[in-house]
Design a protein around this ligand. Structure first.
Ligand SMILES: [Zn+2]
Length: 274
């Protein structure tokens, strides 16, 4: 299965290397919204959507001002998944499935651009997004992103299936077992990784379970600004940290079989696209 790696939302927060880990502090950092477009036997499949057309053209309608001020998205509508699908020569109507790592505003913004797709989501995440319990959850989840009524396909854990030693959910409606949800809670209540079996082996879109490649190294580290940001954004920080440790252990055991990447690390995205 051929898989394209897209950036559906570049962001330039202050903090330079304190945030993205690359040299230089007196510059803006570079982050991306890493999205997959897979050519499956079951039609085109997106993993995450990044920002949508509406976010990128009329952001005041969908994105909170403090978020925009902090992460400084590049408002380039050509980055919207629907525009990139067209630019690759596909019909957006052929996107039959969307798998979401979670429903944060920078991952679910493009849902309305694919109103007929089935949207696969982990049950605890959909419940968190539809019934936000805190001010933080009300900021990060945007009702405008699902006001069109997505065709939700809700999946629950507990089936006992494993993928590379991690608990996983398979048998996603209408999809082969080349796609799995891998629950990695912490960043949000129902955050997941999404495993995809590509032509070049298994990929794990780790969403926001980590933000910088160095966090998955055998001796992990994290740029300090990014570490603070992740702790502040985590709904359950202990679970987030425990799941990072599980991911590192999985990579230790399966490094030859699995390539993983964060939603937001620009260096990891470049490794796939160059
Ligand atoms: Zn994110």
């Amino acid at each position: 299965m051929r898989v394209h790696h897209l950036d559906c939302g570049s962001m330039h927060p202050a903090g330079g290397g304190f945030v993205d880990g690359s040299p230089g502090r007196l510059r803006f950092a570079h982050m991306v919204c890493h999205v997959l477009l897979a050519e499956s036997d079951d039609g085109l499949v997106l993993v995450d959507t990044g920002f949508g057309v509406r976010d990128l053209t009329t952001p005041k309608e969908t994105l909170p001002g403090p978020f925009v001020a902090l992460v400084r998205p590049v408002f380039d509508v050509a980055q919207a998944a629907v525009r990139q699908v067209k630019a690759l020569g596909y019909d957006p109507a052929d996107v039959r499935h969307i798998l979401l790592t979670h429903l944060d505003l920078d991952h679910a913004g493009g849902l309305a651009d694919f109103p007929d797709a089935r949207v696969h989501v982990y049950g605890p995440e959909l419940r968190a997004a539809l019934s936000p319990a805190t001010g933080g959850e009300r900021q990060r989840y945007r009702k405008a992103h699902w006001a069109h009524g997505p065709k939700w396909e809700v999946h629950e854990g507990g089936g006992g299936d494993r993928w590379m030693g991690l608990e996983a959910v398979r048998g996603l409606t209408g999809l082969s077992d080349d796609f799995r949800l891998v629950p990695l809670e912490g960043h949000t209540r129902g955050h997941c990784g999404i495993a995809v079996r590509s032509d070049e082996g298994w990929l794990l879109h780790a969403g926001d379970s980590y933000f910088n490649k160095a966090e998955m190294a055998p001796s992990p580290s994290c740029p300090p600004g990014l570490g603070v940001f992740q702790t502040l954004m985590a709904v359950e920080n202990k679970a987030r940290k425990a799941n990072q440790e599980r991911l590192r252990a999985m990579l230790r055991d399966h490094r030859a079989e699995v390539r993983t990447f964060s939603a937001h690390d620009a260096v990891e995205l470049a490794e796939f696209t160059r």
